[in-house]
Design a protein around this ligand. Structure first.
Ligand code: BGC
Length: 711
């Protein structure tokens, strides 16, 4: 029997109480909060919902997250934004598979790892959890992660929609017109839905006046009506919805993670006729049919516990950490580029408070308690044959002395979870009325019994110095490096011309004030458990850098659209990212899609292969240098409407041996060129004269233009 029909059967056998039970988390609110806050429960067990033992319905068991399993002491991969910089969906799929495997072993069957909100502005505190500023690029990487994860667990894409600022997320209303919403803020969600993602998580913020968990337009008209989504929708955590009846009518299936707003108010609303049993049945049927759809996978035995933190996953983490390093600048000193460090180098001096720190990124919901992490200093000490000396940079005069005695210097600068990440702040204070006065005793008893059953693996060791609660981090207050970092960079670079700056951050950092004074700059992100070895592979030339920026780096913050982290309402339009800079006539410091290599490439024979159902462009990438490397060919489209922003519509990462050449094909299906018709409320098929630019980044002056008439 098809899952939907079989689910209908099962739901018809449920009592009314069992059906309502499926519409929120199974844990009682106060006992659940106590477990999470007082016992590190977030890192011990998944959040369970919709479990009905009498009918053999396993329910969902949710755990984050974006850079690895948050339960136990799992493998911490480089953050999502780092992986975005690989421009390599196949690699991202492997990461998804590894994260999914560990999650499944640790007791989860659903994960919120797939965050695809757009990086509208680099100050967004959770920038590191997503893939960047461009809808197509974000969608392809998010779809790849989903494919990998869904070999082991169900995936949940989040936060639907327009959640691109952090501090104000519980209160801000995003005003966005239909064209901007559908052409810029939703295509990547649709891409992940098309990939078959099991679940969608609604965002905390409201869009055009409706809280996302209560938006019929988003959850029913767009997601299910237009896109044909057949999975289920869960709310964001704890303060994710306010009106039980409205959320049900709008199409939200499960309130997560506790028995909170719905458990208090839905029975009364149904009695009064303010909510409908048809909607209850439809929501429960969607959840159960999804569990059946994934039934074979979820019924298979979980992988053995040894997969958590296994060598294979660690090696993958190292590979990704190296692949994610973006080489932004590499000037010659005495005729030779500073990187890679020549094998004859005898001494390297490493500076900065972050060089010896385990710096994994956000300390909120994406925090992974990995205890086997190799810092940048560890990586260089293990891989570099010569002498590595370290100074934390707190005393500039001392640092300068060390710099003058080393052949090359590496200064590590940037941020930590204290500067950017998830943020709760005092959100709860105005929303305390949403919490129930007390828990239901019978539910507490069952919950406590389930906690007693937790296996020993679910008692992770805490990473040292982690924040209590999620109330640090948040949106960045500046895009500059901290003043002491800038002072250290200038002092070291003034003393030693072979100075390399390594940036650890979740998104763009403005470097213009000091970039010209250093020979080399790399963006190394929060590189996960093998950040150090991965970076060392690149600095020492064992890996040729092939990463490309998943966002633009402006010269000045004033070049970007406005950002207000305290906004109560905010307008999103079609203009941000590289296309905003182009329209404003602002040359970026480093454009979207940009990254250097240790070799050189030429793109030749670029042309149109076919214009059937979209276009396919082809060409040849030649590696004109003497080191194997990879180029990322990027295809941008200018649409016939001069008011429409241009778009990235395709890309392909191509490995080419030194001196060799490879042909490439990038297919651009017609659907990627659609626009939104705000009158008919549908997509408008592509037609008319399109100009495609095939090049190596969004501002590549050597791009080849191809004009195609799609009428
Ligand atoms: C975050 C979500 C996350 C959830 C559960 C919330 O605070 O906004 O992204 O999935 O917690 O961990």
């Amino acid at each position: 029997m098809a899952p939907a029909a079989a689910a209908g059967e099962l739901v018809s056998q449920m009592t009314p109480e069992e059906r309502l039970w499926c519409l929120d988390g199974d844990a009682p609110t106060w006992a659940g909060l106590a477990f999470m806050h007082q016992e590190n429960g977030y890192h011990k067990a998944p959040f369970v919902a919709a479990q009905v033992e009498r009918l053999g319905i396993p329910g969902i068991a949710f755990s984050d997250g974006p850079r690895g399993a948050v339960i136990g002491n799992a493998t911490c991969f480089p953050v999502t934004m780092a992986r975005a910089a690989t421009w390599d969906p196949a690699l991202e799929e492997r990461v998804g598979e590894a994260i999914g495997r560990e999650l499944r072993t640790l007791g989860a069957n659903l994960t919120g790892a797939v965050c695809v909100n757009l990086l509208r502005h680099p100050a967004w505190g959770r920038a590191q959890e997503t893939y960047g500023e461009d809808p197509h690029h974000v969608g392809e990487l998010g779809a790849a992660l989903t494919r990998g994860l869904q070999r082991h667990v169900m995936a949940c894409v989040k936060h639907f929609a327009c959640n691109s600022m952090e501090n104000a997320r519980f209160s801000v209303d995003i005003e966005v017109d239909e064209v901007a919403l559908h052409e810029v803020y939703l295509p990547h969600f649709r891409r992940v839905v098309d990939e078959g993602v099991a679940a969608v998580m609604s965002a905390y913020n409201s869009v055009n006046g409706d809280w996302c968990a209560e938006s019929t337009n988003l959850l029913t008209d767009v997601l299910r009506g237009e896109w044909g989504f057949e999975g289920y929708v869960i709310s964001d955590w704890i303060l994710g919805l306010r009106d039980a009846a409205k959320s049900l009518g709008a199409g939200l299936d499960i309130e997560m993670p506790y028995r909170m707003v719905r458990a208090q108010h839905l029975p009364g609303a149904l009695d009064r006729g303010d909510a409908r049993w048809e909607d209850v049945n439809a929501a429960v049927t969607r959840v159960v049919s999804s569990l059946l759809r994934f039934g074979e996978m979820l019924g298979a035995p979980a992988p053995p516990i040894g997969v958590v933190g296994c060598d294979e996953h660690r090696q993958l983490a190292r590979q990704v950490a190296g692949r994610a390093v973006v080489l932004l600048r590499n000037e010659a000193v005495e005729g030779t580029p500073v990187l890679p460090l020549p094998s004859a180098t005898k001494s390297v001096a490493v500076f900065g408070r972050l060089a010896g720190a385990v710096n994994l990124g956000d300390g909120g919901s994406s925090d992974v308690w990995d205890l086997d992490c190799h810092t940048i200093l560890d990586g260089l000490r293990a891989e570099f044959a010569g002498e590595v000396r370290y100074d934390d940079g707190s005393d500039t005069a001392r640092a300068v002395t060390l710099a003058s005695n080393a052949e090359a210097c590496v200064v590590v600068a940037g941020y930590t979870y204290r500067d950017e990440g998830e943020y709760i702040g005092d959100a709860g204070s105005g929303l305390a009325h949403l919490l129930p006065p007390s828990d239901e005793p019978g539910v507490v008893e069952a919950y406590e019994a389930s906690l007693r059953d937790l296996r020993s693996v679910d008692a992770p060791e805490r990473l040292s110095e982690r924040p209590k609660g999620f109330s640090i981090g948040g949106d960045r207050s500046s895009l500059r490096l901290p003043d002491p970092d800038v002072e250290l960079i200038r002092a070291v670079a003034a003393e030693n011309p072979r100075t390399v700056v390594v940036i650890q951050a979740g998104s763009a950092v403005i470097v213009s004030e000091w970039a010209d004074s250093v020979a080399a700059i790399v963006q190394a992100w929060y590189g996960g458990c093998r950040a150090g070895p991965g970076l060392a592979d690149v600095l020492l030339g064992k890996v040729n850098p092939s990463a490309r920026l998943p966002f633009s780096v402006p010269v000045d913050e004033a070049d970007l659209p406005a950002f207000d982290r305290d906004a109560t309402s905010f307008r999103y339009d079609r203009w941000h990212g590289w296309w905003h800079l182009a329209r404003a006539g602002r040359k970026p410091a480093f454009p979207f899609g940009f990254g250097l290599s240790y070799t050189t490439f030429a793109l030749t024979h670029v042309g149109l292969l076919s214009a059937h159902d979209g276009v396919t462009v082809t060409g040849t990438v030649s590696n004109t240098g003497d080191m194997d490397g990879a180029e990322v060919v990027q295809v941008y489209a200018e649409l016939p409407d001069p008011e429409a922003p241009p778009r990235l519509v395709g890309f392909s990462r191509i490995e080419v041996a030194a001196g060799g050449k490879e042909t490439f094909e990038v297919r651009v299906p017609r659907r990627r060129l659609e626009t939104r018709d705000p009158v008919a409320h549908t997509s408008r098929p592509a037609s008319g004269r399109h100009r495609f630019l095939v090049g190596r980044h969004a501002c590549d002056p050597e791009s080849t233009a191809i004009e195609v008439d799609l009428s």
